[in-house]
Design a protein around this ligand. Structure first.
Ligand code: F3S
Length: 394
């Protein structure tokens, strides 16, 4: 792998031990995957932020790096934390957990990382352009940026995204290269897709079959960006899919040749089976929307549906702090709160310790959340379309 003189000097420790370690990690990755050189990246997005995921060793590691002067060279956003950083007390987050989470946020802030705490950085001020090289590590954001925007990122882990943030480069391999962005299977969809939950169910089915391959969808007549975010998140969760193409919808689809590809057909039958399979519970204790984090439009929709009603059960809508600010200005948050719901920023149903907050059965409209909640949060799940879920609480 070719390294410039300046890069060789980082490896020799001239820029300090933290930079040497981080750059060495990138070089190792590049060697493993056959990269020819390092390329500059314009932004990074770091996962592994919740105290629930990284525990005490993570807190100590981050504080050590921050105290040794590690600084992000490029715009770097953070994945959701384990709690709403401002309203954690109102949400009954255990204080011991909160104190550790705040230490994590402070360590990142000291490193110059934007403590955005969202899995939808593209909705919150970090929007790459077509063909821009980035180093992101949240699987749903990787899928969205590669597929819907046409930016280029590999599936970074938390440490490699942090290394890219500190060094400003990433090894040139995988999805940074044209030849690795071609579809590897065709998905023929013959099903009505009305709601984001339908796209989540579709993503679950395809991810299970794709297993890391790049699908090319035919038969999806229309999809807005919220529905594409639901599709990609679910496929990333069930099959580690980092890039997909949708005929006539995503920006690289028209460049791709699908001749001779193995075809998977998906009908309403498979989607219905997925809703049943992922629904392991019946009566939810709580409904949580916003996986991936809600857009302003999604919050507006929920506000319109619950306005003037009194909710019988807790309802959370997870989003970024930035989108919540806009929802506050528009009165959407107030409408949801007047009904008894909460617009929760900085966190989500999977990375917050909801199992320690008394919840056992959680209802969601997200294929990714439905897939993860049993394992990550010991929850039974009700997976359904938004109107059905809201009927359960109004
Ligand atoms: Fe985001 Fe949490 Fe879902 S990080 S993609 S809301 S599991």
């Amino acid at each position: 792998m070719y390294l410039t003189n300046a890069e060789e000097r980082i490896l020799a420790g001239e820029n300090g031990e933290v930079m040497e370690r981080m750059f060495r990690l990138l070089v190792r990755l590049g060697e493993i995957y056959g990269a020819d050189k390092m390329i500059p990246v314009s932004s990074s997005q770091v996962a592994g932020v919740s105290y629930k995921s990284i525990g005490d060793p993570g807190v100590e590691f981050l504080e050590d790096y921050a105290n040794r002067g590690a600084k992000a060279k490029i715009v770097t956003f953070l994945n959701p934390a384990g709690m709403d950083i401002e309203d954690w007390q109102k949400l009954n987050v255990p204080p011991g957990f909160a104190q550790k989470q705040l230490r994590i946020m402070n360590a990142f802030r000291k490193m110059g990382v934007v403590v955005s705490a969202t899995c939808t950085p593209y909705l919150a001020g970090n929007l790459p352009r077509f063909r821009e090289h980035i180093a992101w590590s949240e699987s749903s954001a990787i899928s969205f940026s590669n597929s819907v925007i046409g930016a280029r990122t590999n599936r970074e882990g938390g440490p490699s995204a942090l290394a890219a943030a500190l060094c400003g480069v990433t090894p040139n391999y995988g999805l940074h290269l044209d030849e690795n962005r071609k579809p590897q299977m065709l998905v023929q969809v013959d099903a009505k897709l009305d709601d984001s939950a339908d796209f989540g169910a579709l993503g679950y089915v395809v991810g299970k079959q794709a297993k890391n391959r790049i699908p090319y969808f035919k038969g999806i007549k229309d999809a807005d960006s919220d529905q594409l975010k639901a599709l990609g998140a679910s496929m990333a969760a069930s099959g580690a899919v980092a890039l997909y193409h949708v005929e006539n919808i995503t920006p690289e689809a028209h460049l791709m040749d699908t001749k001779g590809l193995e075809t998977l057909s998906v009908s309403e039958k498979e989607l219905d089976e997925t809703f049943s399979k992922l629904s392991t519970g019946k009566e939810p204790d709580i409904v949580i929307l916003g996986c991936p984090h809600s857009s302003l439009k999604e919050i507006m929709t929920v506000a319109g549906k619950v306005e003037g009603k009194k909710l019988k059960k807790p309802l959370w809508i997870c989003t970024s702090r930035m989108v919540k600010e806009a929802a506050n200005r528009m009165g959407f948050t107030q409408a949801i709160e007047a009904a008894g719901g909460k617009v929760v920023a900085d966190t989500c149903m999977v990375v917050a310790p909801i199992e320690d907050m008394g919840y056992k059965t959680t209802a969601v409209n997200s294929g990714k959340a439905a897939n993860y909640l049993p394992g990550f949060c010991k929850q039974s799940v009700v997976f359904s379309r938004i109107d059905t879920l809201l009927e359960k609480v109004t």
